[in-house]
Design a protein around this ligand. Structure first.
Ligand SMILES: [Zn+2]
Ligand SMILES: [Zn+2]
Length: 375
């Protein structure tokens, strides 16, 4: 089974001024192509870029995200790869429409894995499938391996790797040297990345990944009966992710009840120990979170609202102070009580200090009723 979506087709029939033609492969990341170009010419990536842009330390930046305006012309002239193809190998054109505000060059970009660059050293940000690399005639890194919602390989149904299995260092192909044979080599310990240990990815995480790709490619996506744009759909997913992470982090009673009622096993959900944003989490932690997000999304707004009412959630408990709720859940929020109303009720109760959690039996009955409806 091939990857369902192609982000760019690559380039054919390149006629370069360079000694060796280096085609841009389908879905290849710009940095992957530039590194291959250097190795094919028998030099380090740093040497090639030093000759292209002597005063620009390009490998200290995450230029796969874009920001190469004014630089691609010369690269296109020398390599024979058209400028628009080189631009298509960056993440900016693909991800740009998901964000309302312009993306800052030094900030973490929503939905893009962050590289955490310090000089040429990276702390992460690039994933790979060892089986895809093993099948490649010319091993290369794909654009979608930078997407935070990609935690598994659609083709091989395995978890993507974000570290070398031997030395546990992040994947840094730009630090390879002239003597390295291809991009399937770890830049730190020189072991073969194709030998990396693989684990199964969660089916729900893969389903989420497919749906997210569809949304980004303009295929209509819905929540209940509402047709959403890509931006609205991703905002809705961020809302569910925030809910899941909030319930994992501080375990607010009613929110945990809601998540459990909706069938997500919170104990089994891998706890992101670091508390970092999604874009900085390792693939296995994102895999669990995205699988749970897919589960919440698939239940639809009616079931979600019923569960929220059943466990007594308020509007405020569903909203994050740092993040305004997506418009697609407005109709859910409008049916929930506000915090102030709830507080007033509690304060009016003489014995409010003695309020206890809902008995387990009551919750189990609510759960059974909801499960029947969900089936
Ligand atoms: Zn694969
Ligand atoms: Zn290594």
């Amino acid at each position: 089974m091939a990857t369902p979506y192609s982000w760019h087709p690559g380039s054919n029939d390149v006629v370069p001024r360079w000694a060796v033609p280096v085609q841009l492969l389908p879905d290849e990341l710009l940095s992957s192509w530039l590194t291959r170009a250097a190795l094919d010419h028998g030099c380090d990536p740093l040497v090639l870029t030093g000759s292209l842009w002597p005063k620009w330390r390009v490998w200290t930046l995450d230029f796969d995200r874009g920001g190469l305006q004014g630089k691609l012309g010369q690269l296109s002239f020398l390599s024979g790869v058209r400028e628009e193809w080189l631009s298509a190998a960056t993440l900016g054109p693909t991800i740009g429409e998901l964000n309302q505000r312009p993306l800052q060059p030094n900030a973490v970009w929503p939905w893009i894995l962050a590289v955490g660059a310090r000089n040429r050293i990276r702390h992460g940000g690039l994933q790979f499938c060892p089986r895809c690399l093993a099948e490649d005639r010319i091993p290369y890194y794909r654009l979608h391996w930078r997407f935070a919602w990609h935690s598994g390989c659609q083709k091989h149904r395995v978890l993507l790797l974000d570290k070398c299995s031997t030395c546990r260092r992040p994947i840094e192909p730009h630090r390879l040297s002239a003597g390295d044979r291809d991009l399937a080599v770890c830049a730190s310990c020189k072991s073969d990345l194709r030998d990396g240990h693989v684990a199964q990815t969660k089916a729900r995480a893969l389903a989420f990944q497919t749906l997210a790709d569809q949304a980004l490619c303009g295929v209509g996506v819905c929540y209940g009966s509402d047709q959403l744009t890509a931006r609205e759909w991703f905002n809705l997913c961020r809302f569910f992710l925030t809910l899941l992470r909030k319930s994992l982090r501080s375990r607010p009673l009613r929110l945990v009840e809601l998540i459990a009622t909706l069938g997500v096993d919170i104990e089994q959900l891998s706890t992101p120990a670091t508390g970092l944003p999604l874009e900085l989490l390792p693939a296995h932690e994102r895999d669990s979170l995205l699988a749970a997000t897919s589960q919440l999304l698939n239940l639809g707004p009616a079931v979600f609202l019923e569960a929220a009412i059943a466990v007594g959630l308020t509007k405020a408990s569903l909203c994050d102070v740092k993040q305004s709720p997506p418009a697609s859940i407005d109709h859910i929020l409008s049916r929930l009580p506000t915090t102030s109303k709830t507080f007033r009720k509690i304060l009016e109760t003489p014995s409010f200090r003695r309020i206890k959690p809902c008995p387990k039996g009551v919750i189990m009955r609510k759960l059974a009723r909801l499960q029947r409806k969900m089936r």
